[in-house]
Design a binder for this molecule. Structure first.
Ligand SMILES: Cc1cc2nc3c(=O)[nH]c(=O)nc-3n(C[C@H](O)[C@H](O)[C@H](O)COP(=O)(O)OP(=O)(O)OC[C@H]3O[C@@H](n4cnc5c(N)ncnc54)[C@H](O)[C@@H]3O)c2cc1C
Length: 418
């Protein structure tokens, strides 16, 4: 069966849905097909790791839009179809799904997101060992957690810590095994990592850093523990492996598009062929705030997915506005709310405000005397001040910011004109 469409969007989640909505908001009246491989209508992912301990994963309640909305907007939502083959030329192209369905399109958007990084560990195939990316993963994990006493999280990144925190609130014995010398080391400085270690330990989680895992052990096909290289055995009824994601670039590679830590796009979301757009978790892009990352980043966050999708939609319609959003992100770990503004890579100074011991502080990052980012824990006012200042190219001088009594908003200064 062949379907003809105007714009084909591959990947039906945060980015894909926003792209379709933005095309309509920008006045595009041509047919739009939004194709996703998951069986569910598009839904929000962030609650998957934050609400697991409630025991249920209600995908319908997490849906972005109703079936009615897609119909009213004239957006054909096709779920349960994985595109496996793509061909295109200057006028359009054809996509084929694993089930043999074909989609003829004139414009193409890739919103294929990311997939979990898998660990080649002995025992990883045992029942009770989980990864977490989508609603089906979350449902299986929630069901296993309901009866578990001992939970092991491999990987001390945001998702692992969110699940660990939720499991503790329901009285599980929780161990986090992190291979690096500190938690969330890729995203934050040592001070914030140290805070997370101490905060999770205060809440009763066992945190093991520099963990070297030998294998997962089991009985009767079900996981029973994790064995470390030093011989330590950690009991486990459930193991969650959360060691990051890899961008889904397979279709882009088929088209011969440039790929390097994601599908390479320019500041308009355009791929190297100058026709296809890519946005969200799957794309690597130039960003003015990414000096410390070599000028390009691949972001994994809802705010980015939404804004990048809007820019890509405008590009498809020939309206080229550069995408320059200030990166920001949040993570809720039970009662700990972290908000990050900016990108801290390349910082040369930090300023700590508040008291990590009281679960309320901000760590401000500076490079060459100017603020570039902040990690704010239960400090939404600081977060808003830094986010607004950075987005407007303003500064918050370090010396003044160090005064915990000062309100950051009142310290904001315009950049010096040189
Ligand atoms: C558990 C969890 C918690 C999170 N928490 C937060 C948070 O607190 N704050 C935050 O900012 N961000 C959070 N994120 C990240 C955020 O959800 C992602 O950045 C966002 O979902 C990216 O959207 P996307 O549409 O680009 O990619 P994805 O969400 O990965 O969606 C891509 C979709 O494309 C589909 N697809 C891929 N290839 C094909 C194909 N060939 N054919 C058909 N379909 C295909 C995939 O199945 C998927 O449904 C979290 C993510 C997870 C998994």
């Amino acid at each position: 069966m062949t379907m003809s469409t105007g714009t084909l969007i591959i990947g039906a989640c945060q980015t894909g849905v926003q792209l379709a909505a933005s095309l309509r908001e920008l006045g595009d009246t041509s047919p739009i097909s939004l194709v996703g491989e998951e069986p569910h209508a598009p839904y929000q992912r962030p609650p998957l790791s934050k609400e697991l301990h409630t025991g249920t994963v209600d995908v319908a309640a997490l849906s972005f839009r109703t079936a009615d909305w897609y119909q009213r907007q004239g957006i054909s939502l096709i779920t349960g179809e994985r595109i496996v083959q793509l061909e295109r030329n200057n006028d359009g192209g054809v996509a084929t799904s694993v089930g043999g369905r074909t989609f003829r399109f004139s414009r193409l958007a890739l919103a294929t997101g990311a997939a979990v990084r898998r660990l080649p560990l002995e025992g990883a195939e045992l029942d009770g060992v989980h990864y977490l990316r989508d609603a089906s993963d979350a449902r299986r994990l929630a069901a296993d957690l309901a009866t578990a006493r001992d939970v092991v999280v491999i990987g001390g990144g945001f998702i692992g810590l969110e699940v660990a925190a939720g499991a503790r609130t329901t009285g599980k014995r929780v161990t986090v095994l992190e291979a690096a010398p500190r938690l969330v080391g890729r995203a934050v400085a040592e001070e914030t990592s140290d805070y997370f270690r101490a905060a999770h330990q205060r809440r009763g989680t066992n945190v093991v850093l520099d963990a070297r895992i030998s294998r997962l052990t089991g009985t009767g096909g079900r996981v029973a523990g994790v064995e470390l290289a030093d011989g330590t055995q950690v009991r486990a009824d459930v193991v969650l492996i959360g060691v990051g994601v890899v961008p889904r670039t397979e279709l882009a590679e088929q088209l011969g598009l440039a790929v390097e830590n994601g599908i390479e796009v320019d500041e308009h979301g355009l791929c190297s062929d100058g026709m296809t757009v890519a946005a969200g978790d799957c794309a690597s892009l130039p960003n003015p705030y990414a000096r410390g990352n070599g000028g390009r980043v691949r972001m994994e966050s809802v705010p980015h997915a939404m804004e990048h999708a809007k820019a890509a939609a405008a590009t498809l319609l020939g309206r080229r506005e550069p995408y320059r959003m200030l990166p920001w992100f949040w993570s809720d770990q039970a009662d700990i709310k972290l908000q990050i503004a900016g990108l801290s890579a390349g910082f040369d100074e930090t300023v700590l405000r508040g008291d990590p011991g009281a679960d309320k502080f901000s760590l401000l990052y500076y490079r060459e005397g100017r603020i570039i980012a902040a990690d704010c824990v239960n400090s939404a006012v600081d977060f808003m001040a830094v986010r607004n200042a950075l987005a407007h190219g303003q500064d918050i001088p370090a010396a003044a910011a160090a005064d915990p009594g000062a309100r950051l908003k009142q310290l904001v200064v315009a950049p010096a004109i040189v």
